[in-house]
Design a protein around this ligand. Sequence first.
Ligand code: NAD
Length: 261
Amino acid sequence: MNKTLEGQVAVVTGGGSGIGRAAALRLAELGAKICLLDRVEETNDKVQDRIQENGGEAIAVEADVSDPASVENGIRQAGERWGRIDIVFANAGINGTWTPIEDLSPEDWDQTLSINLRGTFLTVKYAIPYLKRQGGSIIVTSSVNGTRIFSNTGASAYSSSKAGQVAFAKMAALELAPHRIRVNAICPGAIRTNIGKNTNRTPEAEEAKIPVLFPEGSMPLQDGPGSPEQVAELVSFLASPQSSLITGSVIYIDGAESLLI
Ligand code: NAD
């Protein structure tokens, strides 16, 4: 195995499940040391154990990405332990509550925005001082929902948070370019993870559904959703020197799902 990320340190938020888990395992395979930040301690610890069993180095820190002190603490642990941070995968997110706007409570709106968008801001903010030392790569997980308004009716808070992440990533790419820090947003289509299980989708959102040209969760390229491992390959490419000229980009990984909208 070519250890292209040997000696590098990566912070992965939402590393306990789905896309974050797959990316953490892949980055570790390529030689990076991994700091896993997730609010679910049990699954986060399991990913840490798996990386260590495979001969890699990892720490699992219980953290809520919407809480500044929690994020700062997690990132400091990585920085102090290994003396550097090169890669940040700002990925933790929730679907939250999907319901028509008139029924969406301000509290539910705030919860989605504070985990998905504020969480991305906080993760990047506290990592910058470490990244500035030698340069690095930040990858933000947005969604096809962030740029194309999708068939997921009721997802106004989710889509707004995902669109905000795209704007934030572009702004950060410009601001951080002089420090040799690249920032890109990825927009997955339907990926087989645990996120759907935790969606609070109301019957009203279900009823308001817009007809789609292909079955939900499917893609023009294939029947059924993509895998977290497919997304992890893109993340590790964007983390690596092979993508040295790519910054400020918004990259779809959706089997052409978004082209049909
Ligand atoms: P997932 O539910 O499998 O994993 C998300 C992880 O984030 C979980 O481990 C969860 O505990 C963690 N998390 C949630 N809130 C947190 C918080 N406040 N602090 C710390 N950790 C928190 O879901 P996933 O599909 O792997 O989602 C990862 C990202 O991918 C999300 O940003 C999501 O919006 C995005 N995304 C997913 C899909 C998809 O179809 N699965 C499509 C497009 C975008």
